[in-house]
Ligand binder design. Sequence first.
Ligand code: GLU
Ligand code: ZN
Length: 470
Amino acid sequence: MLVKTRFAPSPTGELHFGNIRTALYSWLYARKNNGVFLLRIEDTDLIRSKSIFSKKIMKTLKWLKLDWDEGPYFQSQRINHYKNIILEMLKKKIAYKCYCGHEKLNLIKKNKILKGEKPRYDGTCRNLNKDFNSLNKYVVRFKNPSYGKVSFVDLVRGKIVFNNNELDDLIIQRENGIPTYNFCVVIDDMESKITHIIRGEDHINNTPRQINILNSLGSKLPSYAHLSMIVDSHRKTLSKRNNSVNVLEYKKLGFFPESILNYIVRLGWSHKNKEIFNISEMIKLFNFNSITKSPSIFDKKKLLRLNKYYLNINSLKKNKKILISLFKKNNIDFKKGPELKKIIKTFSPHCSTIFELFNSILFFFKNNKIKFNKKYVKTYLNKKSIYILKKLYIILINLKTWNSKDILKSIKNLSISLCIKLREIILPVRIALLGTIHSLSINKILFFMGKKKSLLKLKKFLKYIIKIFI
Ligand code: GLU
Ligand code: ZN
């Protein structure tokens, strides 16, 4: 049997980590089995669906190299096809027109709730024998079996059983003539011969309804795997409205596709204690048995750690190439600073993303005109800083071997001899050289900046703060 999986997003927002996990697991399963992975855009909600989101969905998948073999299919282009099937179903009396209208339906709902019952449709139109005149508004409902059970063996959760009498006669075509999600999905999965449906557990309640429709059409049933939700640190389910989990944002922040996929594959699936997976390992090891039933927590810190790992196993050549493109984008002549390979080697172990690396080495290449930050000077420094910086200046001017090890040693010795914390030396130097209060190791920065430039800056800074404090 040819394994066929699909990713079927609704283009109503950008893809978040939960969506991508569904795509990744579906893609992995298809690749593992030499099967087919299909992309379908579920855009029948004409108001909320936007073509910009469809484009972004494809852009995200392409960036992550989750390539699809079939599609993209757009449900909005198949409306007439779905409607023809609904007409057939009406003829066969496995579907029927319901003329109740919103008001009556709301009333039925209210009464049921008052009686403490489930707010189900009461079936008024189920056995109407005549067709009203065509001007009457109606929806089309599927005639769900009214007794018996419907069950399926979920590949993640095991056997799940529903009683048919708890399921509504599902609306499959709205008053405006547009077929509903639950119907289109069934027709598409059936006609595309999807064998494995992998999706979020928010769809579990749709599954028995979809199975009943499939059965009424005499179709074979696919296997289902429902993935538990991903929650944020506040235990809220990830949503398309929350930008902090939007995957394309992470592209903009300089994350690598490898680390994103490696992070996502482990959000709910594991293989022993293994943390690092390349794509071929994922394909080889992925299976449904090791998917967890409990919610997974999205943890940005873990993702940062993974990205740091990938940043540091990348070849120098690759990182250099990305950095050069960033320099060019920002119109900065990278040839005017220290040798790129050397600074990449020195600073990347301290950075989590390539952008962080770029930003932390930027000052080596910019003109010398960093304005001293008065606010930082007043907030973090005082008269004593003048004394400390003067001492440091003398030590550095006399330092014969200008390398980061000896610079660090000098700073440490000074802190010991003055009985002060290292921070009391490092902070003014940061403010002096970089105009910031955070930076990578200051000794390495002094080294790469060079003795002459560093001392010149320190001298100017001293003059500046003397004016402020004295
Ligand atoms: N379009 C649905 C969604 O975005 C997914 C449908 C499915 O996977 O069956 O949630
Ligand atoms: Zn009705």
